[in-house]
Design a protein around this ligand. Structure first.
Ligand code: GLN
Length: 310
């Protein structure tokens, strides 16, 4: 990262916000989960936390929103810790699918395991591995600790809204069962998956989670190890190759920061060994990634020299 004063970093963030605002009208909030369709598309915020404990925030940083697919990084980390990499990767692959996040064609036609844990089929399979070892309240506690945010709770309205519009995820779960990938109860996997997606966070909670991954699993605040370095390495690598779904390749070239998106509008971005970035911007592009968030990350990557290969 480029060495800049506090004032200069704040200026870069303000300008990033300005750049992001310009593209908000080109996107749309998700409506396939009706509750997400009620959100104001103009909300926008960024939080950066550094390894030295500095925090920079601009825009709507205190607004709570649902974590959605970003929870897939937490579930993958917990599954790796509780089950080990052999069990996890005998159930789910580590290759980009090149398909939409809620696709099942590649699973149906080409493979006997989901392509990766960052798409719905892979994440639902990961939840089924977790079920014998951890309850939802355990997962909530992991999430609170990883995000250093004790206020995280389930957003009941979004959870209910998604559960009553979940035909596609149920179809995926049953396809997984038909291929003997899910061995636990299908509904249990669906419920845990949807609950994890419905946890409400802020850009600050995401920045804290990103920093934990950046620091190889050791809490920068307490020095306590919360996740193994090996697990962090795997999660970050899969974020880089699969975190933006079928937009992951272009995003890696243009921005080069391992990032995971969610249809709630969140982005979790890891600048290894340096920073955690959390973004909220609910207006989405056609692939389900925050449209302004992507522009802001590109701006930050250029201005602060954050591309992994810069
Ligand atoms: N809960 C959402 C779903 O399963 C998560 C998708 C996402 O954030 N891309 O459709």
């Amino acid at each position: 990262m480029k060495k800049l004063s506090e004032k200069e970093i704040k200026k870069v963030l303000e300008k990033a916000l300005e750049e992001g605002r310009k593209v908000i009208p080109d996107g749309h909030v998700a409506t396939y989960i009706p509750q997400l369709g009620l959100v104001d598309p103009n909300l926008l915020g960024i939080t950066i936390v550094t390894k030295d404990g500095d925090v920079y925030s601009v825009g709507d940083c205190d607004t709570r929103f649902t974590i959605q697919s970003i929870s897939k990084t937490i579930s993958l980390a917990v599954a790796l810790e509780l089950c080990g990499r052999e069990e996890v990767f005998s159930t789910v692959g580590m290759e980009p699918s090149g398909e939409a996040f809620n696709s099942m064609v590649e699973l149906d036609l080409n493979s006997n395991k989901p392509y990766n844990p960052m798409i719905n089929s892979g994440a639902i399979a990961v939840e089924s591995l977790i079920i014998p070892k951890a309850s939802f309240s355990d997962m909530l506690l992991y999430t609170k600790r990883f995000c250093d945010d004790m206020e995280i709770t389930i957003d009941d309205a979004t959870y209910a809204s998604e559960m009553s519009h979940s035909s596609r995820n149920r179809a995926i779960a049953y396809l997984l069962q038909s291929k003997d990938i899910i061995k636990t109860d299908v509904d249990d996997s669906m419920v845990l998956y949807t609950r994890m997606c419905s946890l409400s966070v802020t850009s600050r909670s995401l920045a804290n989670l990103a920093l934990l991954f950046a620091m190889g699993g050791v809490s920068p605040k307490t020095g306590e190890r919360l996740i193994s370095a090996e697990t962090c390495r795997i999660v970050k690598t899969i974020m880089m190759t699969c975190g933006m779904y079928d937009g992951s390749g272009e995003f890696a070239v243009e921005v080069g920061i391992p990032t995971k998106s969610g249809v709630g509008g969140g982005l979790l971005s890891v600048v290894d060994k340096e920073l955690g970035i959390g973004i909220y911007g609910p207006s989405l592009d056609a692939k389900g990634n925050s449209i302004a968030g992507k522009v802001m990350l590109k701006y930050l990557a250029d201005e602060l020299e954050l591309h992994l290969f810069s």
